[in-house]
Design a protein around this ligand. Sequence first.
Ligand SMILES: *Cc1c(COP(=O)(O)O)cnc(C)c1O
Length: 395
Amino acid sequence: MISPVLPTYARAPMSFVEGQGSWLIEESGERYLDLGAGIAVTVLGHAHPALVKALEDQARRLWHTSNLYTIPNQEALAARLVASTFADTVFVTNSGTEAIECAVKMARKHFAEKGEPERYRIISFEGSFHGRSTAAIAASGAEKMVKGFGPVLPGFDVVPFLELAAVEAAITPETCAVMIEPIQGEGGIRPVSPEDLRALRELCDQHGLLLILDEIQCGMGRTGKLFHHEWAGITPDIMTVAKGIGGGFPLGACLATEAAASGMGLGTHGSTYGGNPLACAVANAVMDIVAEKGFLDQVSRAAGRLRQGLEGLVAGHPAVFEGVRGEGLMLGLKCRAMNADVVKAGYAEKVLTVAAADNLVRLLPPLNISDEDIDEGLRRLDAAATALEAAKVPA
Ligand SMILES: *Cc1c(COP(=O)(O)O)cnc(C)c1O
């Protein structure tokens, strides 16, 4: 018999009822160190007092009005995103997938309104993940995501990651945009180098294409800048954000330049919930802290400490790990053992990590994780690796 919850997830056996900072707690009182942060979402840890206060204060005043009316919290959030990024305008959504939908529609509409409706094709990359909508799975092109869901939405040209020659070869008079994650997340923490990001920007400029950056996982301070592309010194035309921006409250956003957004006039797009007063109250509180002076420097310091520790872990367990990759607090342990076994061995040591493609284990801790918790996490991962080695029958 089918379970009351649609059985689409392979879940770990733990279930948590409370969170405190970098820790998750089961009903039994068992505590787990959370180095996954709900897949890069709880950027300020669990139950951060400022976020709790913002949520409670707003909950007592007003939850929802719909976008039939002006929403002051949404106006404030958009204004600060505009002030701190390349963007001139923001559409607020409830999730990453919806931000991607907005980006895809915006890119196509941009050209349609310019009298070039035939330019609707978007170049995307193998191994990418942009969500689970029909457009987002088409952008990824992965067999396991599209299989059985009927005709794949046309208009995506998926090229190998990251072959610039393949990108160039895929450009036709029908191309409107290139869409890429500056660091592939689900695809296995695969960063695009600053040089390649600049080359992509240049290629888009040469051919009059829009550059869409999906910073849903790598953005919101995760790599020590508010958004990762800042390291490369380039700006996109459109950017999608989600995960960390709500700190655990479902929220996403599609940011754009005025030029890129030129087709998105009255009535072209919408959302009932998107940017409601409650969600935006929390997002503004997240922004208050992430934008605070020194916060991002602290992220970089924590990242240095974690990375150094992970390098030591790899050196100490060459049969389990092959290397470390990633940027900031978006790090991956490339495994020699099965990544699923490493994640499981972590559960036994009460430390939570997240598997990714390419036999990787991801570490995406809260951005405000303490040195103590980093060190504790490293000790637990070390114990997990030791247990894995011991479990291996000697050859
Ligand atoms: C998680 C993710 C998405 C999808 O976001 P949802 O909130 O799950 O819809 C899209 N792109 C990237 C890079 C992601 O990591």
